[in-house]
Write a protein that binds this ligand. Structure first.
Ligand code: MN
Ligand code: MN
Length: 397
């Protein structure tokens, strides 16, 4: 026999299951109406601020989000690569990103490209190599939370180490970059006549019989020995400034609401074309209202979930929801904020095509001009004016 309360509980559970199956509805107060046509409840549930935007959203703001899950994945022997560029996210003109996985021993082959390459290790361990125009070399190992940076045009490679290779994010200071059109060692040598290769290296032409007829790109190879046994000494010496930086080992700026680590050419001197911030927000915490005066922001969502509100002037504003593996974009000078909407720590990267990180804080700005002037605009109570913080609070809540 079901009691009245048990029956009511079951009905409530059934109702919430129905809601879950149907997904959220495009309704806010007396605005909107339930969706009746074809729609995707899973995507609606992931993007509540698109389906039912805050009432403050208005006007035309271009799309500012693209998920690596919606990008073509190029599968190769032992690894894969996918990219989010201006072709996937048209607003993203200043930076393009690549997400790549290499199994143990698997090599992203020796190559170069016009653009500089900035990288963040997402998982595992890798060995990276690079040589500069003066014949100085760099060979080192990187692990989760480490960065590397190769200046534009310099030849480099990445190889997954044991036990399970690596996964990483690459960023290039050019939205039109394509991972599919880099200069590959094997592609080049396949397009040089064998007698020319022989003459160049002073070797018999038959020594080049094993050169692959087309590019390898990502391919399996034996896991290399420990670094000390694998490194080559250059008579010209090593590169004068390291191409590696341990970003997560940096002491963060910490507040009760989260933490921020900034890495740019001030603490990673070689990185003169990409500046970065790694932001951690506790549940409910916020990256404060701010903007970047000199460069667009390309952000990459590492863990947790959140939403970002962007103000594009002329009454235009739009809010987007983000999950791990998403890319977000904010054009320079557009005001924005990010809020952790989940129940776990939100971690994301902010990247800029710049040698220096720079932002303008809305609160700091208002705290550093005459209070009467601020009051004349916002009608804030006197106590609120007096409490405006003159020091930046990048993470708040
Ligand atoms: Mn590269
Ligand atoms: Mn920002």
């Amino acid at each position: 026999m079901l009691t009245h309360f048990m029956r009511r509980g079951l009905l409530a559970a059934a109702a919430s299951l129905t809601t879950l199956a149907a997904g959220p509805e495009p309704q806010r107060g007396d605005q909107g109406a339930p969706a009746k046509g074809p729609h995707d409840p899973m995507r609606d549930a992931e993007n509540p601020d698109l389906l039912t935007p805050p009432a403050t959203d208005h006007g035309t703001v271009p799309n500012l989000r693209f998920s690596f899950s919606d990008a073509h994945n190029r599968l190769s022997s032992g690894g894969w690569a996918r990219e989010v560029t201006v072709r996937e996210l048209p607003v993203a003109k200043e930076i393009a990103g690549v997400n790549m996985r290499l199994g143990a021993g698997v090599v992203r082959e020796l190559h170069w490209h016009k653009q500089a390459e900035w990288a963040y290790m997402l998982y595992g361990q890798a060995r990276i190599t690079c040589v500069d125009g003066q014949g100085r070399n760099f060979v080192d190992d990187v692990a989760e939370g480490d960065l590397w940076y190769f200046p534009g045009g310099l030849p480099h490679s990445i190889q997954g180490l044991g036990p399970d290779g690596c996964e990483f994010l690459l960023a290039f200071p050019d939205g039109a970059f394509s991972e599919d059109s880099t200069f590959l060692l094997t592609d080049w040598f396949a397009h040089v006549p064998k007698p020319v290769l022989a003459k160049n290296f002073g070797l018999p032409a038959s020594d080049f019989d094993g050169v692959p007829p087309k590019e390898l790109y990502i391919f399996p190879a034996p896991v290399p020995p420990p670094l000390a046994q694998d490194a080559v000494a250059s008579p010209q010496g090593a590169v004068p400034t390291t191409f590696k930086h341990q970003m997560t080992a940096q002491d963060p700026l910490r507040t009760p609401f989260g933490a921020v680590r900034i890495t740019d050419s001030s603490n990673f001197p070689i990185a003169d074309e990409i500046a970065a911030a790694l932001v951690e927000l506790q549940p409910g915490a916020m990256r404060e209202l701010h903007w970047h005066p000199f460069a667009d922001e390309w952000n990459y969502w590492l863990s947790g979930q959140g939403r970002m509100g962007v103000f594009a002037s002329s009454s235009n504003a739009r809010t987007f929801d983000f999950r791990p593996g998403d890319v977000g974009y904010v054009e320079k000078s557009n005001g924005h904020w990010i809020e952790n909407t989940g129940d776990t720590v939100l971690r994301y990267l902010e990247l800029f095509r710049s040698d220096r990180y720079s932002d303008v804080s809305a609160e700091q700005w208002l705290a550093l001009v005459p209070p009467e002037l601020v009051s004349a605009h916002l009608k804030l109570p006197e106590q609120a004016l007096a409490g405006l913080r003159k020091a930046k609070q990048p993470v708040t809540g």
